[in-house]
Design a binder for this molecule. Structure first.
Ligand code: GTP
Ligand code: MG
Length: 198
């Protein structure tokens, strides 16, 4: 599918499950802990500086934000999880909204791919593993993207990727795509995966 990334805009901000869009347009969602780089990745995919709001303090995105990409697909920025300093109440509303997105979403069939971000330096957290297991259980198509690769040297990066694969993903058939919103490494590969999923 030919997609004009310049033709993109924020289309919908959802804070309650009654607001989930019902149209069948394909959706690609971004999942990952707070501050891992979901909004930055959206901007990188779209070659935009600040369409998706990048947090100066973690835990900012507490709504689900839908970006309309060339009227052909939605990129869906999910709230970050695992940020301990959020107050109990907003933490609860975060988790139920994200849960609703996966479990009570009227356009569930439109979800073509989840881009699951992990920080390449820390590797998957317990919450990341929970999320991945949930997606396996529910047969949701996902890809694991290890981001902030620019923070490691080339050799350190390769070693870290090998360690993560060995420790968490050996024998699962799950692959990891290295990515950086600073150098744009992995951008073309990710667009290819998105296109393949549509
Ligand atoms: P929440 O909205 O809180 O869930 O965070 P988020 O996952 O959307 O993260 P966001 O894109 O706002 O990025 C968080 C911080 O990490 C910002 O300071 C970004 O500039 C930085 N960041 C994101 N991606 C990269 C990357 O690839 N490399 C480097 N060096 N920094 C990054
Ligand atoms: Mg964000």
């Amino acid at each position: 599918m030919k997609i004009n990334v310049n033709n993109s805009s924020i289309s919908l901000t959802v804070g309650d499950r009654r607001q989930f869009p019902r149209d069948p347009r394909p959706q690609i969602a971004l999942s990952g802990r707070s501050n891992v780089g979901k909004s930055s990745l959206i901007n990188t995919l779209l070659l935009r500086k600040s369409l998706a709001r990048v947090s100066s303090s973690p835990g900012k995105t507490i709504t689900i934000n839908y970006y309309d990409i060339d009227k052909k697909l939605y990129l869906v920025d999910l709230p970050g999880y695992g940020y301990a300093k959020r107050s109990l109440d907003s933490k609860r509303s975060w988790s139920s909204l994200t849960e609703d997105f996966f479990i009570k979403n009227p356009s569930e069939d439109a979800l073509k791919l989840v881009i699951q971000l992990i920080d390449v330096r820390t590797g998957p957290t317990d919450d990341d593993i929970l999320m991945i297991n949930m997606m396996i259980d529910r047969d949701i198509n996902f890809v694991v993207v290890a981001t902030k690769t620019d923070k490691l040297s080339k050799t350190a990066l390769q070693n870290r990727l090998d360690e993560i694969k060995k420790e968490f993903f050996e024998g699962t058939g799950i692959d990891i795509l290295p990515f950086s919103s600073v150098t744009r490494a992995g951008r073309d590969e990710l667009w290819k995966l998105i296109n393949d999923s549509l």
